[in-house]
Design a protein around this ligand. Structure first.
Ligand code: SF4
Ligand code: SF4
Length: 288
């Protein structure tokens, strides 16, 4: 399997060449386009594709998987992920770590197929479809997007009779919820801030990683720092964030947009804003 665009919009540099090829030559599919495909235990290639693959995980993929496995976010990230170090990465990229065996099998593969099937990551749901953004649309990543067929070598699913529309496939694979989280995440990873050649400092990268992927650590930060004393956050949301990772992740997205890009996604409490204004006034007076 290989996947062009993850739900975070970050396919990673090694796939740049494939991206160019897809934009140039692949047939563009819409929701009602049809294709033939079926993947089932009776097919002779069954399970063969779940090895030696680059699967970029979104924060929501990690949330679902670690819950499924009953691990803390830190344990999951340590055990099952890799963070590729690339100089030009704008935001953290998290890869699913394959086993160290010769075939580099996915750690979740079992004889009966995917051992985390109902919580499998977005790219595993999408295959054999890929998603790409057309180049240079005025709306950037929100503009024209299209699907295309990724036909991996040795994948016999294309020889099966079952026909799908793209829309049917997405419904069947439960992609919609993942896409909703993916869109919210793209507000960060594809932020216009980066279009101007700006990047995040190492500290900001760390903050980004914690608030999106390492949610147990982020929960500690939210409840043990002065953050809740400084910002207006409804009591219901505060309570929800104590136990709901989804609520915490949604809050993390808003917090990052405020803290990193200066968006008005958080509201400072009036007394904090007042104190800040006071400080600015004093500094202005001191400067004369
Ligand atoms: S998560 Fe499941 S579907 Fe995806 S590569 Fe691993 S075993 Fe295969
Ligand atoms: S049909 Fe394709 S997706 Fe299914 S197991 Fe075979 S190689 Fe993998």
């Amino acid at each position: 399997m290989s996947h062009l665009e993850g739900p975070n919009g970050d396919g990673g540099d090694p796939q740049q060449e494939l991206k160019e090829k897809i934009l140039e030559g692949y047939e563009r599919l819409g929701p009602e386009s049809t294709f033939r495909f079926s993947c089932h235990p009776g097919i002779s290639c069954f399970n063969k594709c779940c090895a030696d693959v680059n699967i970029f995980l979104s924060p929501y993929d990690v949330l679902r998987l670690r819950k499924r496995l009953g691990l803390s976010s830190g344990e999951f990230l340590r055990k099952y992920t890799l963070l590729p170090i690339q100089k030009d990465l704008k935001t953290p990229a998290v890869l699913l770590r394959m086993n160290d065996d010769r075939a580099r099998t996915c750690p979740f593969l079992t004889e009966g197929g995917c051992g985390v099937y109902s919580d499998r990551p977005w790219p595993c749901r999408m295959y054999p479809l890929g998603l790409a953004a057309a180049r240079d649309t005025p709306d950037g990543w929100r503009g024209e997007r299209f699907y295309f067929l990724l036909q991996e070598e040795g994948c016999l699913g294309f020889g099966e009779a079952k026909e799908w529309t793209v829309r049917e496939w997405m419904d069947d694979q439960g992609v919609e919820e993942y896409d909703r989280w993916g869109e919210a995440y793209k507000e960060l990873t594809l932020h216009p801030h980066f279009d101007q050649g700006k990047s995040l400092t190492p500290q900001q990268m760390e903050m980004f990683y914690i608030a999106t992927y390492d949610l147990d650590k982020f929960r500690e930060f939210v409840f043990e720092s002065t953050l809740l004393a400084r910002f207006e956050v409804s009591e219901d949301l505060v309570e929800e964030m104590r136990y709901s990772d989804e609520a915490l992740l949604e809050f993390g997205f808003l917090w990052l947009r405020f803290a990193l890009f200066g968006e008005k996604t958080m509201k400072v409490k009036p007394h904090v804003a007042e104190a800040f204004r006071g400080q600015v006034d004093k500094q202005a007076l001191a400067r004369g």
